[in-house]
Design a protein around this ligand. Structure first.
Ligand code: FDA
Length: 316
């Protein structure tokens, strides 16, 4: 039940430019990265999305990028999302009862951390993506980043929801505040993706032990599933998956009123099993050249991923 002891070191490496150079240059890295990232460009991610949709899953596509440091970079990310939405529109099954295609975005990629009016720039950029998505019948969710951004991100989502009520928020169960956030966001129309949380956070704001994070997740899930919104249970944990289905039954929820969500490359067979059981399953599929921090968070989640990675480098 204890956290992976290497997790803090790996998450520190995720923020280090020197480690980034070393790891991205290792010849073997690419092969391992491919397990978690659909590819570096749009055609690659669209091919993956097409296959997942054909298999009965829904998708949420993330153009990788975070911590944008200038406006030009943020504008380029918006342009990529709009192009992606155009391509996704052609793949979106028109007759589905919930939109089968979605994009996920990080406000830090859209300029949130820019000095001065970062929040305003990120909001404008997010608005552009939401309005392009609305025209095409595609959903959008805003990813959750480290806890210093939570207030700002939820404020931006709330503001945008007056125009785009289907806009999804992500809440992280490891934060002490999240149970209250769930209570505030379990109302009609709200779409909340609940995840455990992937960043290194201090004990003042976040549960540290795995068992406490899971307990918090289950309390949050209970609130969302009993509410009138559209909960999205993002987890690969068998305990969470079983609890989600049990709470759906208890609350009389049909399969089109909540979702299971998992990451591309993780527990594929479980994703298939849930689709075959009639659940709505959305797979989060990242693509792009800026995969380093996302990849490192996946390594930090599971010691065996890291061991496999290090062994591959060592045996070269
Ligand atoms: P847990 O970590 O306990 O894993 C349960 C089981 O799942 C493991 O035993 C293993 O079998 C499998 N597994 C989990 N991670 C694995 C890995 N990396 N490699 C191989 N197997 C693995 N976080 C965040 O902070 N902000 C966000 O916006 C999002 N968005 C998001 C969207 C979606 C759709 C998902 C599924 C997850 C996120 N996350 C996230 C990540 C999330 O916070 C969390 O770090 C991971 O989902 C791992 O937690 P689990 O709930 O899967 O449980």
């Amino acid at each position: 039940t204890l956290s992976n002891p290497l997790r803090p070191a790996i998450l520190a490496a995720a923020r280090s430019a020197r480690m980034k150079r070393t790891i991205t240059k290792a010849p073997v890295t690419k092969r391992i990265v491919e397990r978690f990232i659909a590819g570096e460009d749009r055609p690659a991610v669209l091919a993956v999305a097409r296959d997942l949709l054909a298999g009965g899953a829904a998708v949420s596509i993330d153009f990788l990028g975070e911590q944008t440091t200038d406006r030009g970079q943020a504008d380029a990310i918006v342009a990529e999302y709009v192009a992606l939405l155009d391509d996704l529109a052609a793949l979106t099954p028109p007759d589905a009862d919930v939109p089968r295609t979605e994009v996920s975005m990080k406000l830090s990629a859209l300029g949130q951390a820019l000095p001065g009016d970062g929040d305003k720039i990120a909001t404008e950029n997010a608005w552009k993506i939401c309005s392009a998505a609305a025209e095409r019948g595609i959903w959008v969710s805003v990813d959750a980043e480290d806890h210093t951004t939570t207030d700002s991100t939820l404020a931006v989502v709330t503001a945008l929801r007056s125009e785009f009520p289907w806009l999804g928020a992500v809440l992280q169960a490891y934060l002490h505040r999240t149970e209250d956030d769930c209570r505030a966001m379990a109302g009609p129309d709200s779409r909340v993706r609940l995840c455990k949380g992937a960043y290194q956070e201090p004990p003042e704001v976040a549960f540290q032990r795995k068992v406490d994070v899971t307990d918090s997740y289950l309390r949050c899930l209970e609130i969302l599933m009993a509410g009138t919104g559209y909960p999205m249970a993002a987890s690969h944990d068998p305990v969470v998956i079983a609890a989600t289905d049990e709470l759906a039954t208890r609350n009389g929820r049909a399969a089109n009123t909540f979702e299971h969500q998992m990451l591309y490359g993780i527990r594929d067979l479980e994703q298939k099993r849930l689709v075959e059981a009639g659940s709505t399953v959305r797979v989060y599929v990242p693509y792009g050249s800026q995969w380093y921090p996302y990849f490192m968070r996946r390594l930090a989640e599971r010691p065996s991923n890291l061991t496999f990675f290090l062994r591959s480098i060592a045996t070269r």
